[in-house]
Design a protein around this ligand. Structure first.
Ligand code: ZN
Ligand code: ZN
Length: 138
């Protein structure tokens, strides 16, 4: 084998019913404090993102919940683990950072929707960005 040029990263939900392998570049981690992320995760979300074409997802327990007019959230219907967010028609998919197996090699570098944060925790010490400006992190 001649070097690991394309490092693959894998992950899953808690019960293993949903698993995935990413074979392309991952965006730095972005925290989202929006109401939808808080309601589905129980806290705030920290997610990376990759090209939809670079991820292979497996699992019969994967369920998609349409959380808004423009996007849906993927979770495991058995253990309840949140894993994915994607905009309809988008070429990218967001992956919850805590679902990766082992080390990600990524860093939390930004946050969005800080004005929707809960009152019980301090904001992480990273820049607050607009959601629309995240593309440049990819
Ligand atoms: Zn599960
Ligand atoms: Zn959010």
């Amino acid at each position: 084998m001649k070097g690991d040029l394309m490092s693959k990263k894998s992950g899953s939900c808690l019960c293993g019913g949903v698993s995935y392998v990413v074979s392309g570049p991952l965006r730095p981690i972005v925290a989202c404090h929006c109401r939808q992320c808080r309601k589905t995760s129980g806290h705030y979300v920290a997610a990376t993102q990759c090209a939809a074409a670079d991820i292979a997802i497996q699992g019969e327990t994967l369920t998609w919940y349409r959380s808004s007019e423009t996007a849906e959230r993927g979770f495991c219907s058995r253990c309840g683990g949140n894993l994915f967010w994607r905009k309809f028609g988008s070429e990218t998919i967001s992956i919850w950072a805590g679902t990766f197996d082992g080390e990600t090699g990524l860093r939390l570098e930004a946050q969005i929707h800080a004005d929707s944060k809960g009152d019980y925790y301090p904001l992480p010490e990273v820049p607050i960005l607009e959601q629309a400006s995240l593309k440049r992190l990819l």
